[in-house]
Design a binder for this molecule. Structure first.
Ligand code: BGC
Ligand code: BGC
Length: 693
């Protein structure tokens, strides 16, 4: 049974290898011109480079670790390696099983309450910490609590939510990324979390992937620079207990390796790139992150198949193909060649995709080099099965000791052993630190990319009457996207975000409530009665596989694979049809997690702004759209595309440096008021839909 399943999986993967053929082979050597602010990459590497970490090995610390490990029982060691969901384990069990880390998965809140206050999270942090510090082990080892704070600390209620990575990519401002990360760390200290599963350093090469918005760019130079900046901002491993230098939080570089390069952008699918492409495209974020001292790395759900190396060349060799089972990539490359000496945390039950494994029983993943297993609700089975596997000799004791050494190294380096309980740490209980509105607004404005401004309709005058339309104009849920309060982020309503501002609110703030009319669908209003129309349209929230643009997914409303926005979201085209061509300028603000094929929407707009997923401060967009009373811009557009924009459906992969690169808007494109010379875009062709592969 198991074997035939493995065989089917192998046949499917090999079919993908053959179908994708050379299409994914972009040439690492053809480097696009980078927007100002992003340092160029060094010349391409012939092989994996060694990376010097900002946090060198400390012999005194290593001696202390060895001493602690020598005094630990097998049970205590496996407890350190087991990661339950914090919401599915009691403090009594944390104590009993010597649990080393816990996570808040996509849907976990204190008491199951999505709107739980920060104080409830902090009380939970204290309870977990107390449990870990009252075990019967010789040396008490404080627990770590991880969460997906991937665009600010967006999972707890009432925080300022920052733009997703894709928007920040357009800002080409590593220092902004560092400041946002430091603000995220400050938010996390209020709820007692010490560890975020961020940054995602994927270099996304096929935008049909549902996680494209978690990526900064198709260009590895941006990803490398930003990875270093985010890690530096999140972690502050030289904190002092008196709080003069605040504690940082642990960062995680994910998902190692090649998550952004799977065939056709399929989530968790096979990456078929030659090794040189892993080294020079997908690896670059890790060089930035490790160099800045990142202490944890998460392997990816995807596989890497290289028949030349024998990886994936047969059903048996598929186990090595799934990265959770790849000793080559985790032990030999990441830890050996790159020199990463922190710990490796699995992705959510990722080991159960390794042929021959279940979530609880997977010697192969541990032997490949995974140190902490994110097993969530299956923590007890994992704990018991792993102890049994060690006793049977399937996992060598030396591997267990290496894993625990790495975990302790990270905990000691971050000063965890010297910290008081979470509520006593500097910055805890200070709810004001959950807010960072001015910083978020700066990030929103810098991420905007002006793609079209025909007839210089922008900036709009702040006088007169403005009609606002579109489903996303007053939807905090749509503007914050996935990984917000919940995993999918799709059921959130405006009341879930006290103090947030929408594009509609921003327009009202500048133009005056009484001069603004909002009609979501454009019904019952006549554009002729207004001076201008602002349409806010775009994608609705999704994560991981639910966002893949392939048939059968909830987000793909046609039965075919498409990236044509008019097919995916016909309601947006309908609303534009109601307001365009009526003699009044239509300014479209496009809220999305990726570039899409939007010729029809562009043709129905005088101006078109890519706003990505701006977070809770989308109202700040209005300050860039509207002029001062004297007609001068308040704020200019400075964003430049960090992803190429397609001119046709199915135009993927599409990346700067491709042999036949022919985008609608190239990588690095973005208009501004200052450089007003851009010619009008005019009417674009609207080619009939294609049949995509
Ligand atoms: C995702 C990771 C995430 C983890 C924890 C997984 O499904 O792939 O990016 O950190 O869940 O929520
Ligand atoms: C969990 C997430 C996880 C996802 C993986 C969800 O049920 O809450 O944390 O990322 O499953 O598929």
């Amino acid at each position: 049974m198991r074997r035939s399943f493995d065989l089917m999986r192998w046949v499917a993967a090999m079919a993908a290898v053959m179908l994708a053929g050379g299409a994914l082979r972009s040439r690492a050597a053809d480097r696009p011109a980078l927007p100002a602010g992003i340092p160029a990459l060094p010349p391409p590497y012939a092989t994996w480079p060694h990376v010097d970490s900002a946090i060198p090995k400390d012999p005194a610390l290593e001696a202390r670790i060895a001493q602690i490990v020598a005094g630990m029982t097998l049970e205590e060691k496996v407890g350190q390696m087991t990661q339950p969901d914090a919401h599915l384990i009691s403090p009594a069990d944390v104590r009993k099983y010597h649990i080393g880390t816990v996570l808040s998965g996509g849907g976990g809140w204190p008491n199951g309450d999505k709107r739980a206050p920060a104080s409830a999270w902090l009380a939970m942090a204290d309870a977990l910490w107390d449990a870990s510090m009252s075990t019967d082990s010789k040396v008490k080892i404080p627990i770590l609590w991880g969460i997906d704070a991937v665009h600010g600390h967006a999972r707890p209620f009432g925080t300022t939510v920052f733009p997703h990575h894709i928007g920040l990519g357009a800002a080409h401002d590593p220092d902004l990324v560092r400041r946002l990360a430091a603000a995220t760390a400050a938010q996390m200290r209020v709820t007692g979390h010490d560890w975020t599963f961020s940054p995602c350093v994927a270099v996304v090469r096929d935008d049909r992937w549902g996680r494209t918005y978690e990526s900064w760019s198709e260009d590895p130079a941006i990803v490398r620079a930003y990875a270093a900046a985010e890690v530096a901002g999140l972690q502050n491993l030289t904190a002092t207990p008196d709080g003069k230098k605040p504690y940082g939080v642990l960062a995680t570089a994910k998902h190692f390796l090649g998550d952004g390069g799977t065939a056709k952008g399929s989530d968790q699918g096979p990456n078929l790139a030659p090794e040189a492409e892993l080294i020079n495209i997908h690896g670059q974020g890790y060089y930035g992150a490790i160099g800045a001292g990142v202490q944890t790395v998460m392997p990816s759900f995807n596989s890497w198949l290289d028949p030349k190396k024998g990886i994936g060349a047969s059903p048996a060799a598929m186990a090595e193909g799934k990265i959770h089972g790849s000793k080559y990539l985790i032990s030999d490359v990441l830890e050996g060649k790159l020199g990463f000496d922190g710990f490796v945390v699995s992705d959510w039950k990722g080991e159960n995709q390794v042929p021959g494994c279940t979530t609880t029983r997977c010697a192969r993943a541990i032997n490949a080099g995974i140190d902490v297993m994110m097993v969530a609700d299956e923590w007890k089975g994992f704990y018991e099965d792993t102890i049994a596997l060690v006793k049977k000799g399937e996992i060598p004791m030396a591997r267990i000791d290496d894993a625990v050494t790495r975990i302790l190294r990270v905990k000691l380096r971050m000063g965890l052993f010297d910290m008081p309980k979470p509520s006593q740490r500097p910055g805890a209980k200070d709810a004001a630190r959950l807010q960072a509105k001015a910083l978020a607004a700066e990030a929103v404005q810098k991420s905007l990319v002006l793609l079209k401004n025909d007839g210089h309709v922008l900036p709009l005058k702040p006088a007169g009457k403005i009609l606002v339309v579109g489903k996303s104009a007053n939807s905090v849920g749509n503007q914050t996207g996935g990984w917000t309060l919940t995993w999918q982020g799709d059921q959130n309503v405006n009341d879930d975000f006290p103090g947030a501002s929408t594009v509609l609110a921003g327009v009202k703030r500048l133009v005056g409530d009484q001069h603004v009319t909002y009609s979501e669908r454009g019904d019952g209003v006549s554009p002729a009665d207004f001076d201008a129309v602002v349409a806010v349209i775009g994608e609705t929230p999704y994560v991981e596989f639910t966002g893949d643009l392939m048939p059968g997914n909830p987000n793909v409303r046609g039965a075919r694979r498409t990236m044509e926005h008019a097919v995916l979201y016909p309601e947006d085209l309908a609303v534009l049809d109601k307001v365009s061509g009526k003699g009044k300028p239509v300014v479209t603000v496009f809220i999305s997690g990726r570039p899409l094929y939007t010729n029809k929407e562009l043709n129905r707009s005088s101006a078109f702004v890519a706003a990505w997923l701006p977070g809770t401060e989308a109202g700040a967009i209005a300050d860039v759209l509207f002029a001062e009373a004297d007609g001068k811009p308040r704020k200019d557009f400075s964003g430049k595309l960090s992803f190429s924009w397609p001119k046709a459906d199915c135009q993927q992969p599409l990346n700067a440096g491709d042999a036949s690169y022919d985008p609608l808007f190239p990588f690095g494109f973005g208009q501004s008021y200052a450089a007003a010379g851009a010619p009008d875009l005019g009417k674009l062709p609207e080619p009939a839909s294609l049949k995509c592969d």
